[in-house]
Design a protein around this ligand. Structure first.
Ligand code: G1P
Length: 292
């Protein structure tokens, strides 16, 4: 069954990047010249996603505004003959009705955020995309995942995974490695959210891209709190893995954690250097700066 919908949990408070996120959602932080949320929506569009479901929270209204039309801006640009700027806005404009917004009313965890999207997703497989992680690659990470899911068929669940240094495994969801199906794909053998130091089954972290079957919602409905006293998606996935297959996909691309200050700065440089229109100027500026 085609994967048509993607869920973007965007209710987080962004405490790792205060004070930037005091009044502004972290998903609106800018990498080069686009907010984070626009990058992940573009990645989902490229992967064939048709409906974009945002699980928001208080103070996140500007995300919805970002995807609306701005008539005053449009008409001013038109009146001034600013065609290139108009094209940028037109390029990013979603089709009417292609987005849904629902609120997670309390910060109960990623599992709870995904559960909030249950009625909008309905009874079909869907993607989950965490917007503070960007993956720089062509094709994008979600496209790689959806292609892998289509090849596997059936009731398959897929996780994008990446190796992290052993001393950092306690910060992530970690999955155990079962039978290898391909150089970059394996059957998941156990999952654990934020394992205490020294107990992780591997160093493969679950990153911010998932393909899930709708049966996850029923499990999330009664999922008890886990690591960090939050309702964890990883715990619900572990239960679902008792009846359905889970696969780890070691995707191609460079992962950027934009929810940390250092990661955010690194992403700005990486995405700037990936742009033909900015690379030379940016390189010259950085060279000047470093030689000062
Ligand atoms: C969440 C997930 C975790 C995953 C991580 C990736 O954790 O619960 O399994 O490894 O995202 O960024 P969080 O970063 O929200 O604590």
């Amino acid at each position: 069954m085609k994967i048509r919908k993607a869920v973007f949990p965007v209710a987080g408070l962004g405490t790792r990047v205060l004070p930037a996120t005091k009044a502004m959602p972290k998903e609106m932080l800018t990498i080069v010249d686009k907010p984070l949320i626009q990058y992940v929506v573009d990645e989902a569009k490229e992967a064939g996603i048709e409906h974009f479901v945002f699980v928001t929270g208080r103070n996140k209204g500007v995300i919805e505004d970002h995807f609306d039309r701005m008539f005053e801006l449009d008409s001013t640009l038109a009146a001034r003959g600013k065609k290139a700027e108009q094209d940028i806005l037109a390029r990013d404009q979603p089709e009417a009705g292609a987005m849904s917004f629902t609120r997670q009313q309390a910060p109960l965890g990623l599992g709870h955020a995904v559960w909030c999207a249950r009625d909008i997703v309905g009874d079909e497989p869907f993607a989950v995309v965490l917007p503070d992680e960007l993956v720089l690659n062509n094709p994008g990470c979600l496209k790689q995942m959806i292609e892998a899911a289509e090849k596997l068929g059936g009731k398959s669940n897929l996780l994008a995974v990446e190796a992290v240094p052993d001393h950092l495994t306690h910060q992530y969801g970690i999955c155990g490695v079962g039978k290898r199906l391909a150089a970059n794909m394996f059957e998941v053998d156990g999952m654990v959210e934020k394992p205490p130091k020294g107990t992780a089954p591997s160093n493969l972290s679950i990153t911010g891209r998932y393909i899930l079957q709708p049966e996850i919602f029923k499990i999330l409905e009664t999922q008890e709190r886990g690591a960090g006293n939050e309702i964890q998606l990883t715990d619900a996935m572990k239960t679902l893995s008792g009846t359905q297959s889970f696969y780890g996909v070691e995707f191609e691309g460079e992962r950027h954690d934009c929810g940390s200050k250092a990661g955010f700065l690194r992403a700005n440089i990486a995405y700037g250097m990936a742009r033909d229109d900015l690379r030379d100027g940016l390189r010259a500026e950085m060279k000047n700066y470093l030689e000062k």
